[in-house]
Design a protein around this ligand. Structure first.
Ligand SMILES: Cc1cc2nc3c(=O)[nH]c(=O)nc-3n(C[C@H](O)[C@H](O)[C@H](O)COP(=O)(O)O)c2cc1C
Length: 305
């Protein structure tokens, strides 16, 4: 039986729905010895800013029940060094590259980043990370405000024809309201969820286990929250969704697709089992065969309640 695994995010066609999530896959070269990168549907870069960022003080991560906390603080080499030293390897993979970007000054930095990425032929899409909880000095995320979300996407949309993905935060009252704003402003797809705000305390020294104090929770602990939000957003807007949050294996990836995700992001699982993305892509094919489903697109949003 022939099975179709390819999906589309706006104009971006992926050979399968499995995407390495931002910040958990470096710039792909770090993972080349663990899996055949060509087996992935797409790779999202660690979020890039215009200038290099050193990130937050250590310790930046700790384990939690069924997950982890992180506050990396967007450490990255900045766009220029990325282009010189990281992009050549990514290009050679032949896998669609989604460039994740964030800005310390809106909209100026976003617009400058996008203008430069417009010139990179191999950048298949731009992911606007307006939901990173770990940038010092920021009390409010853009993605916590429907109007601010609308404004930034609209500005960016004016200057690029690249596929635009907006990454949303779960730390909101209504993620559907933010998703609607992103759709109205011209986003082509949505990625959700970024990490949930969390904190863990070392009772011996009465200090937070992650130096920054508040950090972002990821891993299986957040999966039910992420599946619920995927379902809510699927029912609220027409845009394709990259669903993520605690996907560890094929079964958890399928939960997201049945809830309405067109593609799935693999994050924390990469730290435990770096080859997991390729395994999930193979697992999805087996699921289709076993259940005699000809096309994975038939699964998207097939949940019955
Ligand atoms: C260590 C770490 C670093 C991350 N860095 C980024 C980042 O730079 N940009 C971003 O959009 N998301 C970042 N994320 C969030 C993930 O892409 C993902 O949205 C989140 O962790 C939920 O998925 P998961 O439970 O599969 O990890 C990071 C997550 C972790 C654990």
């Amino acid at each position: 039986m022939k099975t179709k695994l390819s999906v589309t995010l706006g104009r971006l066609k992926l050979k399968n729905p499995v995407i390495a999530a931002s910040g958990t896959f470096g710039y792909a070269e770090e993972f080349k010895d663990f899996l055949d990168l060509k087996k992935l549907g797409a790779i999202v870069t660690k979020t890039l800013t215009l200038k290099p960022r050193q990130g937050n003080p250590a310790p930046r991560t700790c384990e939690t029940p069924a997950g982890m906390l992180n506050s990396i603080g967007l450490e990255n080499p900045g766009l220029e060094i990325f282009i010189k030293s990281k992009l050549p390897f990514l290009k050679r993979t032949g896998v669609p590259i989604i460039m994740s970007i964030a800005s310390e000054e809106e909209p100026e930095e976003f617009l400058e980043l996008v203008a430069r990425i417009n010139l990179i032929k191999e950048a298949a899409a731009i992911e606007l990370n307006i939901s990173c909880p770990n940038v010092r000095g920021k009390d409010n995320l853009i993605s916590q405000d429907a109007e601010a979300t609308y404004k930034i996407i609209q500005e960016v949309r004016k200057i690029t024809d690249k596929v635009l993905i907006t990454k949303l935060s779960p730390n909101v009252t209504s993620i559907s309201a933010i998703a609607k704003s992103a759709a109205e402003a011209g986003s082509d797809a949505l990625a959700l969820i970024n990490t949930l705000g969390g904190m863990s305390i070392d009772i011996e020294n009465r200090r937070p286990k992650v130096a920054a104090g508040i950090a972002g929770l990821s891993g299986p602990a957040i999966r039910p929250v992420a599946v619920k939000m995927t379902w809510e957003v699927f029912n609220a807007v027409k845009l394709p969704i990259i669903g993520m949050g605690g996907i560890m294996d094929t079964a958890s990836a399928l939960e997201f697709m049945i809830a309405g995700a067109t593609a799935v992001g693999i994050g924390t699982a990469n730290f435990i089992h770096p080859g997991v993305g390729a395994e999930i892509a193979a697992g999805l094919k087996n699921y289709l065969l076993k259940n005699k489903i000809s096309d994975i697109n038939k699964l998207i949003g097939s949940l019955e309640i």
